[in-house]
Design a binder for this molecule. Structure first.
Ligand code: UGA
Length: 443
């Protein structure tokens, strides 16, 4: 059992805190958003993540997990301190590291206070970058701590990037493909070996810079895979081939793999778009033009436009047409709409003066904050009623179970665009729908 502190109660921080406490460690999770911390203490989670609330409740009851807004509390009680604060994009698309810097300064100040109070004791702290940060951030963290920390403190800085996916973050924490750990000392390595010993997977120990790079390189590669299959989908449409079959045939080659070869409206979320953009900037600052990734971004934006093109091909003019949007979150099993394809597509359809009606099992309240003037309903049939066209943008399982016969009867026109190629188009066709997927051959 170790004493672990986690700074940041966002998706990464809160899931990391909950999961380490589930493994029997004593964890303090800290966030400077007092209201958020108060709500978590009452078991109101700041976002939807399957299984999270249950673990938080269980660990708090066992006194293995607590919450605070004081970094000093974390520094005082935790040998290992994970920095899991946000690294949002600046207006130029670079990673904004000011939160990481502020937290580092506060850790140093807290160490000063601790040394004053606990004069005798030898203090060691392992400071770990958990958020996705540009390569060389650890150098800055180390420099800042060296400069501001009092003498008598021993510390290590390490990088342990997270690879959690929203919607399956708990599962991903306990069953990762690998754990990447960048360390500079045997002492730090031993601590990581201990805290991750219950997790059975390859653990790769590297230097800190390589660990930082592994995260950026991995997320950008995933984005590249998605844009690659979307480019193939465009070719499929032109020749009358089916991208689903092409992806299956490619994916069976172990060197390629079948994951992240799902064509559609393109990637979104708080990670891939931000990380690709940050990586392009990091490379540029290092004197390398990462044109490959620029093209990945371009293909991704074009997929949003493709939906509008398909809608126009079906409906001619979109002005005053009732269009139902099914799926607002950036992917299923989450209420997160950050960089969601739905935002771009709603924006484009609004410019065409279409009448929009939206349905999503979890993300309506979040989308209302951006587009308050659109019609929303938790009843999918109310949304489909009188629609000329339905556009599916997220592959929620419950969408597959809708009564499409009923939907066909209440719609004005029988048009469906499947932006995720997940609906049973043969069934839809037999009911009388005119179906369009992405790069999909529909006889
Ligand atoms: C991503 C990575 O998958 C995680 O490994 C990483 O830890 C995380 O970013 C992060 O950096 O924190 P996440 O953003 O939660 O996770 O979601 P993904 O499952 O990667 O999906 C991203 C987007 O790509 C979604 O919009 C999804 O619909 C889209 N996607 C995914 C496709 O369009 N096609 C695919 O084949 C796969």
């Amino acid at each position: 059992m170790k004493n672990i502190g986690v700074i940041g109660a966002g998706h990464v921080g809160l899931v990391t805190s909950a999961c380490f406490s589930k493994l029997g460690n004593k964890v303090i999770c800290c966030d400077n958003d007092v209201e958020k911390i108060e709500k978590i203490k009452k078991f109101i989670m700041p976002f939807y993540e399957p299984g999270l609330e249950e673990i938080v409740k269980e660990s708090v009851e066992k006194k293995l997990l607590s919450f605070t807004d004081s970094i000093y509390e974390v520094v005082k009680n935790s040998e290992i301190i994970f920095i899991a604060v946000g690294t949002p994009s600046t207006s130029e698309g670079k990673a904004d590291l000011s939160y990481v810097e502020n937290v580092t300064v506060e850790i140093a100040n807290s160490l000063k206070k601790l040394v004053e109070i606990e004069k005798e004791r030898k203090i060691y702290r392992l400071i770990v970058e958990k958020s996705t940060v540009p390569v060389l951030t650890s150098e800055w963290v180390k420099k800042t701590l060296q400069l501001l920390s009092p003498t008598g403190i021993e510390f290590d800085v390490a990088a342990n990037p997270e690879f959690l996916r929203e919607g399956s973050a708990i599962k991903d924490f306990f069953n990762p493909d690998r754990i990447v750990i960048g360390v500079e000392s045997e002492r730090a390595k031993k601590i990581f070996e201990e805290i991750y010993s219950p997790i059975n997977c390859p653990k790769i120990f590297t230097d800190v810079k390589s660990a930082e790079l592994i995260k950026h390189a991995s997320n950008s590669f995933l984005a590249l895979k998605i844009s690659y299959i979307n480019a193939i989908a465009n070719i499929c449409e032109r020749v009358g081939a089916d991208v689903e079959l092409v992806a299956e045939g490619m994916g069976l080659d172990k060197r390629i793999g079948k994951e992240f070869l799902k064509a559609g409206v393109g990637y979104g979320g708080s990670c891939l778009p931000k990380d690709v953009s940050a990586f392009i900037h990091i490379a540029e600052e290092l004197g390398y033009q990462f044109n490959l990734l620029k093209e990945v971004q371009k293909i991704n934006s074009q997929q949003r436009l493709l939906i509008i093109k398909k809608a126009k091909e079906l409906l001619w003019n979109l002005k005053d047409k009732n269009i139902g949007i099914f799926g607002l979150s950036f992917k299923p099993e989450t209420d997160d709409i950050r960089q969601s394809p739905a935002i771009d597509i709603i924006d484009l359809l609004k410019k065409e003066n279409a009448n929009l009606k939206c349905y999503d099992p979890k993300a309506i309240e979040n989308m209302k904050k951006i587009y308050p003037d659109i019609f929303y309903s938790y009843d999918p049939y109310e949304v489909a009623n009188e629609c000329h066209l339905l556009i599916f943008l997220t592959e929620w399982e419950i969408f597959k179970k809708l009564d499409f016969r009923k939907i066909k009867e209440i719609m004005k026109m029988p048009y469906i665009i499947d932006g995720r190629n997940f609906l049973d188009y043969k069934n839809l066709k037999s009911i009388g729908f005119i179906y369009r997927g992405i790069g999909r051959k529909v006889e």
